[in-house]
Design a binder for this molecule. Structure first.
Ligand code: SF4
Ligand SMILES: [Zn+2]
Ligand SMILES: [Zn+2]
Length: 303
């Protein structure tokens, strides 16, 4: 099959657009989508310091690469990378090595922060205590707070994550199916809150498969290992459902996000974000007097 733009061999058929694209035109298309979303949501502005949250997987590594190629030579924009070591045996060490390799290759500073160092125990040790919360709940809360603290310490004005179109569409549908409008409203690009570094998602308009193909074509070192705690969740079921719909009705994921963007204007008006307080224990922003991480730490420490 030939590229619809230049007649070179095609590397992809985008069913949702009807286009066959060669390597060069496919990469241009991905970069165009990223630039357009950055511009539309004013994700990156003059004098920003962007901390890219790496996970070692393809999405965050592609985010780092593209941000570096778009903004790496801009004197008014600084880029840096952070990886959180939760302490997951047989998994995290390899992804940290990949993150180091990628950052070294492009001369990007990398900060590694660990649960062990900041919270006194690895995720494996926390789970070994046999306490209530599920691993992903613990991991999610501690990771989010640690990322925010580290980004602040590095002087970052934004934290960039590797969430792609599929992640965003899954999150919208998951929150709708759970009736969780509060979480749905939080997906709307939020207003700036004191102490909370705004998150940006430059890949939110790029389908997951295309992020994978981009990484492959650019020969980026990617880890395909899966976290041993990743289980079968409702999100996984939604992911399969959306993929199935996308095959039968190409463009479903984009249509879902278009609906959400329209709804989000109303959500932003009607669902006013609560003002954040400061955690009485650690000082991080929180909706209550004590943040979720400090509550979980208390729970883990209690006999
Ligand atoms: S699967 Fe769960 S435990 Fe593993 S890294 Fe992701 S959130 Fe953390
Ligand atoms: Zn072409
Ligand atoms: Zn706290």
């Amino acid at each position: 099959m030939k590229c619809d733009k230049c007649n070179s061999p095609a590397v992809i058929h985008q069913r949702y657009s009807g286009m066959h694209l060669c390597k060069g035109h496919f990469k241009d298309d991905v970069e165009r989508k990223i630039k357009s979303v950055i511009r539309r949501h004013r994700m990156i502005e003059k004098n920003d310091t962007i901390a890219v949250a790496l996970s070692g997987g393809k999405d965050s590594i592609v985010t780092l690469h593209i941000l570096d190629s778009l903004f790496g030579r801009r004197p008014d924009i600084q880029l840096t990378a952070i990886i959180v070591d939760e302490g997951i045996k047989g998994y995290r060490a390899k992804t940290i090595e990949t993150a180091k390799e990628v950052c070294k290759a492009i001369g990007m500073p990398l900060t590694i922060v660990s649960f062990a160092e900041k919270y006194g125990a690895t995720l494996d040790e926390m789970m070994g205590q046999g306490t209530g919360p599920m691993p992903c709940s613990l991991c999610g809360v501690f990771r989010r707070i640690l990322l925010n603290k580290t980004a602040k310490a590095l002087g970052a004005t934004k934290v960039a994550t590797g969430h792609n179109l599929d992640d965003e569409a899954q999150a919208v549908l998951l929150n709708l199916l759970r009736g969780d409008v509060d979480r749905l409203a939080r997906l709307v690009p939020a207003r700036v809150q004191p102490g909370l570094i705004p998150r940006i998602k430059p890949l939110r308009n790029v389908p997951e498969k295309e992020v994978g193909l981009y990484a492959l074509l650019d020969e980026l070192p990617i880890n395909f290992d899966e976290c041993p705690y990743a289980g079968r969740s409702m999100r996984e079921e939604i992911r399969e459902m959306l993929n199935d719909f996308e095959v039968k009705h190409p463009g479903t994921k984009y249509a879902l996000m278009r609906s959400f963007e329209k709804m989000s204007e109303m959500l932003g008006r009607e669902w006013v974000q609560a003002d954040l307080l400061q955690c009485g224990i650690c000082g991080e922003p929180t909706t209550n007097n004590t943040c979720q991480a400090c509550k979980l730490l208390e729970m883990l420490e209690s006999p």
